[in-house]
Design a protein. Structure first.
Lengths: 219, 219
DNA sequence: CTATTATTAGAGTATATACTCTAGCCGTCA
DNA sequence: TGACGGCTAGAGTATATACTCTAATAATAG
């Protein structure tokens, strides 16, 4: 593998583990057993590494959120969207953690992230529409649908942070995978009142699969 | 005013403006035109200042979220809760920004914040119950109510971050006050399907007052 | 084989940051 | 008046961090 790619990979790994703020370029270099000079030969600065990682994240999510325009959406589609998005969130979880700082310190990233958010919101909206056409969700006013899409986005993008802050340090990966799934449960909760009678039971059954089997409220 | 209190106040102000990460203890001292030594006479370290600010935040929110147990809740109560909580969020907006890092670097804060989250979730749940008793909201299963409460919490605590990241740098205070109100709009959106027939119109009218009068989706 | 270019090592630097230390000021109370 | 304790100034320090510079090595093309 090219050194450049190794740097991106190691950075992502370290960022996810320790948080971008706690990972220096020297750490990254040391982790790869290369010299700082080598790292800076491939990247002008730390922001450039982060930006590159963002581009991958963006590409992944954009890929996942493709919406067929020749057919309505099914329950399987919905399940796929939810699982994919939460997987992406997990794979790049450092990103939403220090988001505001990252955007503050990189104009390019700020611009791109804004458009990315926009695309995601539009995609969520289209998914709702597609599910409406598919008879899963009742038709709603555009205004309500948009407000709902935004709420879905807020729940999704805040889920990781909630897990990290509301739980202790007991974030071993198996537990957090389970907990991640609870994010899907939360999103499905948002949809419940809008389900059609035909699909109500099926969606509720699906939702059961993501229910946290833990005694408390998720705390 | 005591120097100690001035330090807390100035820190909060600077943290909110620039983000905790961008504010050093030397900045705070310089801003107050006092010496670093003076600052460290009053606080052992930066974490201590942040912890002190958190205690005030906590006190404020706990105060706002008091729930009368001798009567059901009214629409006015609900409005009060929403406006108060978003005001608190705005006044201490730096806090949720670098939350994960702050909790990572202060064991005390992590513990306290966890309990704080817990209390808030319980309070939201009780508010829903109170509104049910008040005939505003339809009675739901405990499980659904809890999941809804968590969604409300996720929307609320992510609202500031969303504003900061989804909009450009055009965050003058008048605009952001308007935008903050949209957070209430979003929370009310969550409640719509659960309103009783008697209160539906009144809540929808209230919600109208928080509707963003901007052309786009809030981007 | 040689010349040129891409890559890498690793010491080094400028700056920032959290925090310390000592000396002195100032109000109060005996 | 003087001594004492709370408060403050401000220079200073150890460490970290992002990043640079030069020289050496590997790869490649002619």
């Amino acid at each position: 593998m090219k050194t450049r790619d190794k740097i991106i990979l190691a950075s992502l790994e370290l960022f996810n583990e320790r948080g971008e703020r706690n990972v220096t370029t020297n750490h990254i270099a040391a982790h790869l057993a290369i010299s700082p000079g080598n790292l800076y030969y491939h990247f002008r600065n730390k922001s450039d590494i982060i930006y590159e990682i963002f581009l991958e994240y963006e590409k992944l999510v954009d890929y996942y959120l493709q919406i067929p325009d020749d057919r309505p959406l099914t329950l399987d589609d919905m399940k796929f969207y939810l699982e994919s998005v939460f997987d992406g969130l997990w794979a790049y979880r450092f990103f939403h953690r220090d988001l505001e700082f990252l955007l503050d310190s990189d104009e390019r990233l700020r611009q791109d992230y804004r458009e990315f958010t926009n695309r995601c919101l539009v995609a969520i909206d289209r998914i709702f529409l597609g599910l409406t056409d598919g008879g899963v969700i009742q038709r709603q006013s555009e205004e309500l649908r948009r407000a709902m899409s935004l709420n879905v986005w807020l729940v999704i993008t805040n889920w990781m942070a909630f897990l990290k802050t509301a739980h202790g340090t007991e974030m071993d990966s198996s537990l957090s995978t389970k907990r991640m799934r609870q994010g899907i449960y939360q999103v499905l909760t948002l949809e419940i009142p809008y389900l059609t009678a035909e699909f109500y039971d099926r969606v509720m059954t699906l939702r059961e699969q993501y229910r946290p089997d833990l005694p408390d409220n998720g705390i």
